[in-house]
Design a binder for this molecule. Structure first.
Ligand code: BT5
Length: 322
């Protein structure tokens, strides 16, 4: 009843009476009243005026699936959306659903994520109700080696959505961190379950620092948030809807491939290109100039002896970023 009453209030033009709602939904006025109270408890501001009825004044600040859906214009991604109150990791939660057969496009976000994962066993920090921590599941009909475009496309989508939503000069740190200036705003963790010749599902996990004003000491130097960069609070529900939309646009338009167009766009937003980078190869520490990203999403590095190497994973530090 919660969702139905909320849908009616969101779509109503002004007041709707309890009686009208009860009749439309085929339930008692008592049931409508209970649903209104649960909505209020979740942060929906609902006015009630005798003889006129209920009117929605504002949507909640904290993540709420109905508030996201009221904004969302996608066909697939996030059409099925679950908002969890608290979870260890949205990626792990969604991988479980993936193993159980949930559909492609399924998305999960959490108000609180207490065991957020980074790459290579690292952790991702996020305070309750301040940030976005969400994951999206895809079921592309491709072989594992064809999945290399997904990570850069996800980075491109998030970067473009944040640029247009906030006006900030967000850039991509290869392969797919989003940064503002020298600091990290977004981390992305892509995980895949695959047979030898077919992908079963891919989970893309995205953490965005939104309304967090302070970070734990260990990351205070390298982390930033939309609040710190813009001085303003951002509506988490609207931002999540925008991010899901841009992910869908990028994945569908590009057919999950890194087309020339997408690669050119990615490269123009990639802050790593043109910088000195360091990485480890065969146990040796190497450094060179990052010159390009190739069609497989790999970083092309020119070494001082004029040889060229491609780097496809692991850790690359770029001078001047972090
Ligand atoms: C990442 O790893 O940046 C991927 C982070 C992905 C997080 C999302 S949230 C939703 C989904 N569910 C999950 O469990 N994970 C995904 P990596 O490149 O390894 O960076 C991790 C490093 O970034 C840490 O070792 C810290 O130094 C730093 N870090 C941790 N939390 C941060 C934050 N909130 N902002 C900026 N830097 C952070």
């Amino acid at each position: 009843m919660y969702d139905e009453v909320m849908d009616c209030l969101i779509n109503a033009d002004g007041y709707v009476s309890g009686q009208e709602l009860a009749k439309k939904l085929g339930v008692s006025r008592q049931a409508v009243w209970k649903a209104v109270n649960s909505l209020r408890a979740d942060g929906f501001e609902i006015e009630s005026v005798s003889n006129r009825g209920y009117r929605l004044r504002s949507l909640p600040d904290s993540l709420n699936s109905a508030a996201v859906k009221a904004e969302l214009k996608t066909a697939v991604i996030g059409r099925e959306l679950e908002i969890l109150d608290s979870v260890g990791s949205t990626n792990d939660y969604l991988k479980n659903l993936g193993a159980g057969g949930c559909r492609g496009g399924y998305a999960v976000a959490a108000r609180e994520q207490f065991g957020g994962k980074g790459r290579l066993g690292r952790t991702w920090e996020s305070s309750r109700d301040k940030n976005l921590a969400f994951s999206v599941l895809l079921r592309p009909k491709i072989a594992p080696y064809e999945a290399s475009a997904i990570t850069p496309l996800a980075g491109l989508a998030v970067c473009k959505a944040l640029r247009s939503f906030t006006g900030l000069d967000c850039k991509i740190k290869w392969p797919n961190d989003i940064i503002v200036g020298r600091k990290k705003l977004v981390g992305i963790l892509t995980e895949m379950s695959a047979e030898f010749d077919a992908v079963e599902y891919i989970v893309i996990g995205i953490g965005v620092n939104v309304n967090q004003g302070e970070f734990p000491e260990e990351i205070a130097e390298k982390a930033t948030s939309l609040l710190l960069e813009t001085g303003e609070r951002t509506d988490l529900n609207k931002l999540l809807a925008r991010l899901l939309e841009q992910l869908e646009t990028e994945f569908i338009n590009e057919n999950l491939e890194l087309s020339r167009n997408a690669l050119a766009e990615y490269s123009s937003l990639c802050a790593t290109l043109g910088r000195e980078v360091e990485f480890t190869r065969g146990g040796r520490r190497l450094s060179g100039a990052a010159s390009a990203v190739n069609a497989l999403g790999e970083l092309v590095v020119n070494l001082p002896d004029n040889t060229e190497l491609t780097v496809n994973a692991g850790e690359v530090t770029a001078q001047g970023i972090y």
